[in-house]
Design a protein around this ligand. Structure first.
Ligand code: GDD
Ligand code: MG
Length: 371
């Protein structure tokens, strides 16, 4: 089975993590986010994956290579300009030397899931559908594509980003689609087309079905809150991934050449060359990238600290994200889903919280903010 993954979005809601790195390459625990999607698809028998790219495709190529280490063969298609979700699919189909097959999968490129794709394909075949949408329940469907499902699994209505008064179900489109080749005929070539706004509504009553993935793990990782949630869930084993198998009986996994004089409380994943100094406490639910330095007496809890970042003496990082090379001075407090972008430098005694996002290049002197 062939799959097309849409990865052309700019990932604006995940800035500053996506200010310097495209969303599919943002590290999640110990691998680029896209690795989880590829490993998941590979487990379900997908061999060929087409990445429909726009923004910063070179970094994606470099991070993923030919896909062999994830068990798939990767092909990259680059749009000259964003074509929208439908336009990107049509464009990819036209650019591929062999085109797309009679039946294939399409995926949104920002979902962390262990949903049973095989069951969705089986249902698609059994009903003779033209398109089958994977569905999951969420508390608030307003940021998603709402799907009204009939008892016979036909889609009775599709509403992208529904208004409050239109919400009458909690089922949404999970960004997992099984499609017949003929769906491409519904997408006009050469223009920007939203598959959610133009194609799914047109297919209601004309071969559009839904598979409810009950009990599956599913998360769109596209905001800092959800990125942290995804990291925590991977460490806790709430979603089936290859990471959980790396953790020992204490919930710990460490890379090579780490020096830990402080205390680790699992689940914790350390990259290579990390240093946790005397009196520092790291965990639970912490990811340290490669060469992270946690100074004496510092506390890091429920947090992601990417490669080459430094947490200064006595500082507290809790419920926050430090991008690569961020440098936190002594006695700082970073909490409340704050995000420090790549290379941000904070002097001593700064207090950052309440979802504050500091963009790459920002430098603050000692005691500059209390937020
Ligand atoms: N190649 C390409 N070109 N990809 C694109 C483009 C484009 O012009 N625009 C968006 N994408 C990719 C994004 O990178 C992402 O992987 C996927 O398409 C969906 O775009 P998002 O911007 O993340 O959409 P959303 O999260 O608001 O809504 C979509 O996903 C929901 C589930 O998370 C919709 O498909 C909803 O219906 C769905 O419920
Ligand atoms: Mg999304």
């Amino acid at each position: 089975m062939q799959a097309v993954i849409l990865v052309g979005g700019e990932g604006t809601r995940l800035r500053p993590l996506t200010s310097t790195v495209p969303k599919p390459v943002v590290p999640l625990v110990d691998r680029p986010f896209m690795a989880y999607m590829l490993e998941w698809l590979s487990r379900h028998g997908v061999e060929d994956v087409v990445m429909a790219c726009g923004f910063l495709p070179t970094m994606l190529r470099e991070a993923l290579g030919d896909g062999a280490r994830y068990g798939v063969r990767l092909t990259f298609v680059e749009e000259p300009e964003p074509m929208g979700t439908g336009g990107a699919l049509r464009y990819a189909a036209e650019q591929l030397p062999g085109g797309l097959g009679e039946r294939f999968l399409m995926l949104n490129g920002d979902v962390l899931t262990d949903a049973d794709v095989r069951a969705q394909i089986d249902q698609h075949e059994a009903t003779g559908a033209r398109a089958t949408l994977g569905l999951v329940p969420v508390e608030d469907p307003s940021a998603y594509g709402l799907v009204r499902l009939s008892a016979d699994r036909k889609v009775a209505g599709f509403l992208e980003k529904p208004k409050a008064e239109e919400i009458d179900t909690n089922l949404i489109s999970a960004g997992i689609y099984v499609l017949e080749h003929s769906v491409l005929d519904l997408i006009e070539p050469g223009r920007n087309v939203s598959i959610e706004r133009e194609v799914w509504p047109a297919l209601v009553g004309a071969g559009l079905y839904g598979t409810a993935h009950e009990g599956a793990y599913w998360l769109d990782i596209g905001t800092p809150d959800r990125y942290l949630e995804g990291s925590r869930d991977i460490l806790a084993g709430a979603v089936r991934t290859a990471v959980r198998e790396r953790l020992d009986a204490h919930g710990l996994a460490r890379g090579e050449a780490c020096r830990v004089d402080g205390h680790l409380r699992g689940p914790v994943v350390l990259g290579d060359g990390c240093v946790v100094e005397e009196g520092a406490v790291v965990g639970p639910h912490v990811v340290l990238g490669d060469r992270v330095h946690v100074a004496p007496g510092a506390t890091v809890e429920d947090a992601v600290v990417l490669s080459d970042a430094v947490v200064g003496r006595g500082s507290v990082v809790r419920g926050a994200i430090l991008a690569a090379g961020a440098h936190v001075g002594a006695d700082c407090t970073i909490t409340g889903h704050a995000v420090l972008g790549e290379g941000v430098r904070l002097g001593a005694g700064n207090v950052v919280g309440h979802g504050m996002r500091l963009f790459p290049g920002v430098e603050l002197p000692d005691g500059a903010v209390a937020f």
